[in-house]
Design a protein around this ligand. Structure first.
Ligand SMILES: NC(=O)c1ccc[n+]([C@@H]2O[C@H](COP(=O)([O-])OP(=O)(O)OC[C@H]3O[C@@H](n4cnc5c(N)ncnc54)[C@H](OP(=O)(O)O)[C@@H]3O)[C@@H](O)[C@H]2O)c1
Length: 280
């Protein structure tokens, strides 16, 4: 089985060097992977220069220029937009027959990845933006042809930028996208509303921001460390006739919880559509 020491000895190629690639690459380097063993194929010169300067990786403008590194790669991480994946795959496949492929591209089904990459050794990952600070949440899916060793490698790579959860059913990737993939935006949305309310009530924007953000952090930590369901934790701070009760009653009267659930279903449905749009 792959161990953490094997993670430090793999050779990785990134196709696309944008935000998500940079986060994962940074996580791997911080886990002890030598930057000199990492290559990035990235068409934008400024992005390449930033990666080379920050991490000391090898970066090339296209796959042909990276052919020697690609041929040695055990793992290829795909971090390009879904719209350009198929075209990028065509330019990379001549050199990567020996590699495991890990795709973070939203919505592209594993069958399409396997077809475009000419191998069933593909793992799909759906991370979120807190991966940029090592606090990501990633859903992983691999088809049955992917070996336990390959699964473990993919898991270790994504664990370098946060937590991971494996899915048995690929359709659940759209649920992960709706919940944790798009989830940071919902948190920011609620934060915006709390900060707006705080400033309306006379707090300074800085005070409202600190109060709102630390409340999110503290409540998340409380929920994570507790065996009780969020519903019970909420009921405990909601004494009848009190201030929290007034706020929750107002939210319930406007069916905010139900509307939130509806919003996540809309995100899941859009994910399904995108899978059909971008897939083979
Ligand atoms: N950011 C997130 O929170 C998040 C979460 C989950 C999944 N994802 C997925 O991660 C993938 C990357 O997202 P991102 O936010 O990192 O995007 P990004 O910052 O735009 O990075 C993608 C990079 O790939 C480059 N590229 C385009 N065509 C290429 C090619 N043929 N070969 C190599 N590189 C190429 C792009 O250059 P150009 O600008 O010239 O096109 C860009 O610099 C997407 O599929 C997205 O769905 C992102």
């Amino acid at each position: 089985m792959t161990t953490s020491s094997q993670l430090t000895s793999i050779r990785v190629a990134f196709i696309g060097g944008g935000n998500m690639a940079s986060a994962i690459l940074g996580g791997l380097v911080q886990q002890g992977l030598a930057a000199s063993t990492i290559c990035v194929v990235e068409p934008v010169q400024a992005v390449r220069e930033q990666l080379v300067q920050q991490w000391g990786v090898h970066a090339t403008v296209d796959a042909a220029e990276a052919s020697t590194q690609l041929e040695k790669a055990n793992l290829v991480v795909w971090a390009v937009k879904p719209q350009v994946f198929q075209e990028a795959a065509a330019s990379v496949t001549p050199w990567v027959a020996q590699a495991l492929h890990l795709s973070v591209a939203a919505g592209i089904p594993s069958a399409s990845l396997a077809q475009w990459l000419h191998t069933p050794r593909v793992v799909r990952a759906m991370p979120n933006t807190p991966a940029l600070i090592g606090q990501g949440m990633t859903g992983l899916f691999a088809n049955p042809a992917v070996s336990p060793v390959d699964r473990q490698l993919a898991e270790q790579v994504m664990n370098s930028v946060g937590q991971t959860v494996w899915l048995q059913d690929e359709a659940h990737m759209d649920a992960v996208t709706a919940l944790s993939g798009s989830g940071p935006a919902y948190v920011f949305y609620v934060l915006e509303a709390m900060i707006q309310a705080g400033t309306q009530m006379g707090l300074s924007p800085a005070q409202a921001r600190q109060l709102a953000i630390q409340t999110f952090k503290g409540a998340s930590a409380l929920a994570e460390g507790s065996a009780d369901a969020p519903e019970l934790l909420r009921q405990r701070v909601t004494s009848k006739g009190g201030t929290t009760h007034a706020a929750i009653s107002s939210l319930e009267a406007d069916q905010v919880g139900a509307l939130f659930v509806k919003a996540l279903h809309a995100a899941r449905d859009r994910g399904e559509e995108m899978g059909k749009e971008f897939g083979a």
